[in-house]
Design a protein around this ligand. Sequence first.
Ligand SMILES: Cc1cc2nc3c(=O)[nH]c(=O)nc-3n(C[C@H](O)[C@H](O)[C@H](O)COP(=O)(O)OP(=O)(O)OC[C@H]3O[C@@H](n4cnc5c(N)ncnc54)[C@H](O)[C@@H]3O)c2cc1C
Length: 443
Amino acid sequence: MSVRHQSTLSGWGRLPAPGREVLSEDLEKAVRGRSLTRGLGRSYGDSSLPPPGKVDVAGSMLADRILAFDPQTGVLLAEAGFSLGALNQVFWPQGFASPVSTGTQYVTLGGMVAADVHGKNHHRVGTFGAHVRRLKMSLAGGEVVWCSRQQKSDLFFATLGGMGLTGHILEVEVGLESIPSPWIWAESERIPSLDRFLIALKEAAEEWPFTVGWIDCLKRGRHMGRGILMRGRWAEKDEAPVDSPPAKRRFTVPVEAPSWVLNRLSARAFNAVYYGKHVRRQIRGIAHPETFFHPLDFVVGWNKIYGSRGFVQYACVIPYGDDPRPVRQFLDLLTGLKVTSFLSVLKDFGAEGDGLLSFPRPGMSICLDIPARPGTADTVATLDDFLISCGGRIYLAKDSCTTAERFRVMEPRLEAWQAVRRKWDPQQRLASAQSVRLLGDIR
Ligand SMILES: Cc1cc2nc3c(=O)[nH]c(=O)nc-3n(C[C@H](O)[C@H](O)[C@H](O)COP(=O)(O)OP(=O)(O)OC[C@H]3O[C@@H](n4cnc5c(N)ncnc54)[C@H](O)[C@@H]3O)c2cc1C
């Protein structure tokens, strides 16, 4: 068993907390007596950080073996530390893919289950949890159990999206998707306004398995919400290159940028260039799957450009049915608050899944990267109040400053989830920095 002797740990938004990671190839041993397990730390806020007063968290990254794979059914059993990147590397050339791919491939199976992650195909296939068949878990008291839709189903559904608070996930059995080739047929289109964007996303979702949009959140007036719509599908054998996708070059951000580099002016310039460089109205063709699914991974350590103060990712879903007004009102609110977001991603969600606390529900999901500054927590509070007023919710894997009071009002499912959590962990041994802040866990 090895212990990483960092004095602080952080989530991807660079919020630091005292902590160190206990790593072992034997995850069952590493989690014993620990209040939390962490994967690759790609959640943005404090969900993978230890609660106050605890220092050690178990880290799953060394427990990353494939335990079984059936090429007839596509069912994979692997240890919780097996990463999406490793899955891509091993299975794309064999004609299989993860049913759900996140914007980064540096996530573990355990982290994908605990956050019940979604991808560009949420409208078609739901969350990752919808494809999970069974989980092997070490419970708060040390007992090791299997759970599934049939067996200890309350534990299973509370674990999907339960942010590691129902038990330590040791192994994950999941059905992979069979794919015709490891390449993507992709199209992108410039869209001049929000109203057109919402219609274009809806239309694309009817035809395409993968859809997502990037929007310029700083534009006002008739160009508010202009952006680039991306849609794609796995390429058929006869349209894809014969070779497997080659390894791509990566660039590393060498040093932390000074915090003043990212301001409203530079955000405006970035957004204008990003929109403007899409010169043709439509671009289409074969794309490398990493470029399509995980574009930010080419810049290693890109979170350092936010400087030592880091950043907050605000990810929410706004229910809107056929009336786009709530989405427009949200963007109006952002410009009114002078929120500076470099990357703003739009995705229309499909149906709500089975996870008791999972994030997606029908509506428009918006993700904003906001540099952390004095006053950011007030901005988040205002955005949360808007969400509460329209029945929306935040994504726990990204959250770092929502208050317990607001979360309780926003999340009517919380009490049912807490009841299951209490059943499997009556002494509340499992906790995180997030659960203390957001769920009011007492330490
Ligand atoms: C660039 C980028 C793009 C992203 N894009 C998407 C996206 O498209 N869709 C999406 O849904 N999310 C996205 N995310 C968020 C990310 O998918 C989730 O935060 C995911 O949980 C991270 O996995 P991880 O292995 O790094 O887990 P960590 O960040 O280490 O942990 C996240 C949570 O999972 C729990 N956990 C991890 N492993 C275990 C385990 N073995 N047992 C029990 N609990 C465990 C932790 O306790 C914590 O609560 C993105 C993140 C980044 C940085």
